[in-house]
Design a protein around this ligand. Sequence first.
Ligand SMILES: C[S@@+](CC[C@H](N)C(=O)[O-])C[C@H]1O[C@@H](n2cnc3c(N)ncnc32)[C@H](O)[C@@H]1O
Length: 169
Amino acid sequence: MLEIGSGTGQHAVYFAAALPQLIWQSSDRAENLPGIRAWLDEAALPNTPAPLEFDVAGTWPAMRFDAIFSANTLHIMAWHEVELLFARLPTITTDDASVIIYGPFNDEGRYSSESNAAFDQWLQARGAHMAIRDVGAVDALASRVGFNLIGNIAMPANNRCLVWRRGCA
Ligand SMILES: C[S@@+](CC[C@H](N)C(=O)[O-])C[C@H]1O[C@@H](n2cnc3c(N)ncnc32)[C@H](O)[C@@H]1O
């Protein structure tokens, strides 16, 4: 499992402990790696290799993963980075890989809650490139590279968990 934009590394530690059958490869931009290393070192789990330096707008790892996970990142990345992320997914995934994306999403241009509308305004006041994305727009990027949406799960606090599978119609 490659996690993109691991942030602090706390999700890596939580999921790797709960799913010991997986190797959980955390990653993020260089500035976040020391914090991730601190979380991984403290937990000392056998299935969390050192975090990868990975910016989707930079150099991509020459590795293939069975699954990709990312939480709370698509509204932080610029849209051209989201496009790049999906366009290049086939280069780092196995033939039947899964992609799991967690976060707030809009549906056909509509906010799912007042709190998400307020969050979107907060984001855009801090950076015009940031915005809550539309499920349909993200799914269009995924289907263009052969990933089919197999799950769109409501999560607490008006978040969603979107699940795609490669090569599964
Ligand atoms: C709101 S934080 C979420 C962190 C963590 N996943 C969580 O849910 O707590 C957004 C993360 O996306 C990462 N990020 C933003 N742009 C990125 C990019 N172009 N490539 C890789 N990661 C990026 C940031 O460094 C940051 O760790």
